[in-house]
Design a protein around this ligand. Structure first.
Ligand SMILES: [Cu+2]
Length: 78
C-alpha cells in the first residue's frame, strides 16, 4: 500500500502499447473511485497530426458504503 499524501513510482518494462485501466485491489478503493485509464503509446510510432484520442471510462456508482453493500450481496439470495 501507498500511504495517504505520498507517492510511489512504479518501474516496469512495457511489452505492448494500448489503452488500459488501473484500479486498486485494496479494500473498496476501486468501488469508491480509485481507478482510471492509462494510454501507452507505441515507441517510435508517429502520431497522426490531426488524430486525437479521447478516453472515456464508464462505471456504475452507488452512494452506499461498499462494506454495507457487500453484506447485502452476500445475505440476500436475490
Ligand atoms: Cu484487478
Amino acid at each position: 500500500g501507498i500511504p495517504a499524501n505520498s507517492t510511489f513510482t512504479y518501474k516496469f518494462k512495457l511489452k505492448q502499447s494500448g489503452t488500459y485501466w488501473y484500479h486498486s485491489h485494496t479494500g473498496f478503493q476501486e468501488q469508491t473511485g480509485m481507478r482510471g485509464a492509462i494510454v501507452v503509446e507505441a515507441k517510435g510510432r508517429e502520431r497522426h497530426p490531426i488524430a486525437e484520442d479521447h478516453v472515456i471510462l464508464l462505471s456504475d456508482w452507488t452512494h452506499r458504503d461498499p462494506h454495507n453493500l457487500l453484506k447485502l450481496l452476500k445475505q440476500r439470495a436475490g
